[in-house]
Write a protein that binds this ligand. Structure first.
Ligand code: FAD
Ligand code: NAI
Length: 466
């Protein structure tokens, strides 16, 4: 029987990164993966394919709408959807191969099949009618998450789709009804809207992007409406009739009241994701779950069973690839006897739309709720030179600082390239920096990042260009 210091179940960004870090620290490591390819949700049906389609569809729209005003005259772009899907697949393949390479480079054994914990220190791997058992001094559960379903609405991945089906539609739907105004709904809604679909988003709450700063979400909603999105907030889809040529979705106010019917070619259900623990044998192994079905861990990623750890989407916290990766690193370091740590106060979130939305730290709503006195500095891109010359002036930067100490508690951006810009705020916050520190840091001119410096100056009511 093969024996390992560590067996990681699942090769998403949590699992494969954990395996690499453990190998770097001298452990003999194996990963178990039931999917045909490595990389998990993120590489195969999540972050990567969605970003490839967001990029390609953005270029399509730019060519149609923005080139002419810059004096670049081209004929109206034509969509070749199979070629766009091929572009997406090339991106997936490239990244998946990259993970395979990294496994080899770090001498990590890849065990293909479904992993099941069959007792302390033993993992059974089965697939293709075969099964083998390996010994593991430590086990990390990194099995990720699965789509959440709506009762009574069957996802066929053709007309009623989850994010997975929405990443592979064979033609552009003339109308797309999206259930849930979260990250997936707005990102994939943007893709298909840019390619020609009429998009309606039904959201249970009275706002979009719950968890993001309210002012940012409001402004972002207005920008999406300007692009042509329709929002039905405070509403829920209670049934979808798929018997006819077009789908008939029944929509009811969340608070109760008269229902209406909306017709759509495709319905995308994206109301969140749920932890994935099926077939892992957790009950038999005595591993405790919390009240939301997530694997329960302590601050050292340890479950209640000695030698079994868990990280990523399958445990509590934001379901984000970089959170899973950082947990993977910290968990491997802890298993190796080091002081691995994740700072959950500084985990950025990005929505990769046009414009992008990014956020790190506390929102105004968080601070109000916690009774923390804070100061706000805001700066609009309309006053940023680079944004003006590029004519991409939608959005603003908002810096929230502690009223007493000036320490930066949160930064929120809506605007082109917001997803790249947020990281200077992350570094600043990781070092406990103040708005004054940010304001006195020299920023290259002309860049959009100067808007961050100006927002930090605005905390002290001394922005220069406003
Ligand atoms: P996963 O990536 O889900 O990987 C788990 C792996 O475990 C899978 O490969 C699965 O096959 C395997 N597995 C499960 N059970 C077993 C078993 N018993 N035996 C063997 N293998 C098993 N996050 C971001 O940060 N940025 C983004 O832009 C982003 N975009 C997204 C877009 C979409 C459409 C979706 C759906 C998600 C997106 N996410 C994004 C979220 C991100 O994909 C997840 O947070 C991330 O993949 C979680 O990593 P993980 O390692 O915990 O699990
Ligand atoms: P989400 O949690 O972001 O949004 C789901 C939305 O659906 C919420 O606004 C919720 O109020 C709403 N909702 C729930 N039930 C509803 C109902 N019955 N009717 C109408 N609305 C309802 O989840 P989403 O978009 O499915 O994404 C899943 C996960 O994937 C998220 O945790 C996210 O972090 C991750 N992800 C991250 C991305 C990124 O970082 N750019 C991109 C895509 C996904």
């Amino acid at each position: 029987m093969a024996s390992y210091d560590l067996v990681v179940i699942g090769t998403g960004p949590g699992g494969y990164v954990c395996a690499i870090r453990a190998a770097q620290l001298g452990m003999k490591v194996a990963v178990v993966e039931k999917n045909a390819t490595l990389g998990g949700t993120c590489l195969n049906v999540g972050c990567m394919p969605s970003k490839a389609l967001l990029h390609a569809s953005e270029m399509f729209e730019e060519a149609a709408r923005s080139f002419a005003k810059m004096g670049v005259s081209v004929s109206a772009p034509k969509l070749d959807l199979p070629a766009m899907m091929d572009f997406k697949q090339q991106g997936i393949d490239g990244n998946v191969k990259g993970v395979e390479f990294l496994m080899k480079k770090n001498k990590i054994d890849v065990l293909k099949g479904t992993g099941k914990i069959i007792g302390a220190g033993k993992v059974e791997v089965s697939g293709d009618g075969k099964s083998e058992t390996v010994e593991a001094r430590n086990i990390v559960i990194a099995t990720g998450s699965d789509i959440a379903r709506l009762k009574g609405i069957d996802i066929d991945e053709k007309r009623i789709v989850s994010s997975t089906g929405a990443l592979s539609l064979e033609k552009v739907p003339s109308s797309l009804l999206i259930v849930g105004a979260g990250v997936i709904g707005l990102e994939l809604g943007s893709v298909w809207h840019r390619l020609g679909a009429k998009v309606t988003v039904v959201e249970f709450l009275d706002r979009i992007l719950p968890g993001m700063d309210g002012e940012v979400a409001k402004q972002f909603q207005r920008l999406l409406e300007k692009q042509g999105f329709t929002f039905k907030l405070g509403a829920k889809v209670t049934a979808v009739d798929a018997s006819g040529k077009t789908l008939q979705a029944k929509i009811e106010p969340a608070a109760g009241g008269a229902a209406e019917t909306i017709e759509a070619d495709v319905v995308l259900v994206c109301i969140g994701r749920v932890p994935y623990t099926e077939g892992l044998g957790l009950k038999e192994a005595g591993v405790a779950l919390d009240n939301r079905g997530r694997v329960e861990i302590d601050s050292h990623f340890s479950t209640n069973v000695k030698g079994i750890y868990a990280i990523g989407d399958v445990v509590a916290g934001p379901m984000l690839a970089h959170k899973a990766e950082d947990e993977g690193v910290a968990c491997a370091e802890i298993i190796a006897g080091q002081a691995g740590h994740v700072n959950y106060d500084v985990i950025p979130g990005v929505v990769y739309t046009t414009p992008e939305v990014s956020s790190v730290g506390k929102t105004e709503e968080d601070l109000k709720q916690a009774g923390v006195a804070y100061t706000v500095g805001k700066f609009p891109f309309t006053a940023n030179g680079r944004s003006k010359v590029n004519q991409t002036t939608d959005g603003f930067v908002k810096v929230l600082a502690d009223a007493k100490t000036d320490r930066v508690l949160g930064v929120h951006i809506v605007g082109v390239e917001a997803g790249e810009m947020i990281h200077e705020a992350c570094v600043l916050m990781e070092f406990g920096g103040s708005a004054e520190d940010l304001a006195r840091t020299c920023h290259a001119h002309p860049t959009r990042s100067e808007a961050i410096k100006e927002a930090a100056l605005a905390v002290g009511k001394r922005a220069i260009h406003m």
